[in-house]
Ligand binder design. Sequence first.
Ligand SMILES: [Zn+2]
Ligand SMILES: [Zn+2]
Ligand SMILES: [Zn+2]
Ligand SMILES: [Zn+2]
Length: 357
Amino acid sequence: MVLDLGFIDETQNLLLESRFFPSKVGGKPAWLDLKFIPSSDQLICDACGMPNSFLCQLYCPLDEKESAFHRTIFIFLCLSKNCFQTNSNKNFIVLRSQLPLKNSYYPDTPPFLDKNWRPDISCSSHGVNLCFICGIRGIISCDDRCKQLFCSSYHKQIHNDNQNFKFDQKNKDRPTLLPEFGLSIESVDDQNNADAESESESDDENVENTKQNNLDYMNLLQFCAAHDLIDDNSFDEICKRISETAHDKVFLNFKSQIAMHPTQIIRYARNTEPLWLSKENIPICDSIPSCEYCGSSRQFEFQILPQILNYLNLDRDNNYIPGILDWGTLAIYTCRNNCDEGSAYKKEFLWKQDLIS
Ligand SMILES: [Zn+2]
Ligand SMILES: [Zn+2]
Ligand SMILES: [Zn+2]
Ligand SMILES: [Zn+2]
């Protein structure tokens, strides 16, 4: 069975605009549908009411559906510290957009991979202005001569503060854009779905195991970040040490899968099971709501691993990401039918699994 893994790829950083159908992390979204861009009221954090920040997007077209010849999933999140709650998806938003091969935005031949190719393929060519700060639909204009537009009064305020050199500590600490990177997708053999019949667990697991798992996991993540700096022998050693201390088979499996490709940040395996971190807080049959547009059930499509946090430059000690365990894994579920109903950017569902300390 084949699994697609996503890795940060800085060689692609010039080709992250809509016309190249990119997969990417951070920066502004590279919208697929160039006209019906979401406005801030579709991207408000459920927990605090502030606009969410763009986390990443994955270009994942479907062969079997004509209207999804092009297809991109977008993930947004609120970076405010208080909005991160254990096993809660309240500060995340997932949107799905798709287009047939013949559409009013893109030619029906593949893009020429050169940054100067067809810069006219853009939202502004379709009469849509984007927020100067965050890149979602701009609706409020600046009061001064610059004529920029903003999604919300929050982002207009950030702009005004910048203009007047009043850029205070408060805004500096709350990033509106995350660092931007290209994402490359590589296919590998999927060991997990080949032999991961969930084995029954003995009942003697306890709080100590969970604590140990959390420690192991933090070590693993730090190791993933440093992987390029150490040789293969120390890699084997760390894997072995982690295996020896782990008791939870689900967690053990998670770690061994991650260790095979330590810098992976995305695992794409539509219509299979996510690689869970723990046997706690796994969705049961009605935990995943049906598609709100067509009523079909949703299926798992891909997951985002916490290794992505290593690339986002967030100040984990003081400000918005209070600790590395702020998510264990983010599992994205999408409409089984990939329906065309509803708006151009359709809400999909995210399940957040954390390790509880
Ligand atoms: Zn929030
Ligand atoms: Zn904005
Ligand atoms: Zn201005
Ligand atoms: Zn649907």
